[in-house]
Design a protein around this ligand. Sequence first.
Ligand SMILES: [Zn+2]
Length: 80
Amino acid sequence: MANTYCESCMMPFVKDPGPRESERYCSLCFKNGKLCYEGSDLKEFQRVCYESMVRRGTNKFMARLYTFMIRFAPRWKNRR
Ligand SMILES: [Zn+2]
């Protein structure tokens, strides 16, 4: 079954500003054929995501909530 949200940051694809290159990741996580953040540090990835959401004008409260949700994404689930 196709994903409806990004496996890396949990963003629903319907909210993806696109264009999306990957079936599994959103256009912000996966660009030019690779993951933008290739590290394995969840905290660092969360910080990068939070800052980019705030930059794109996301309300800070919502950005914190979305950032918190990232830990449940398939990409990070086994790293807790
Ligand atoms: Zn993503």
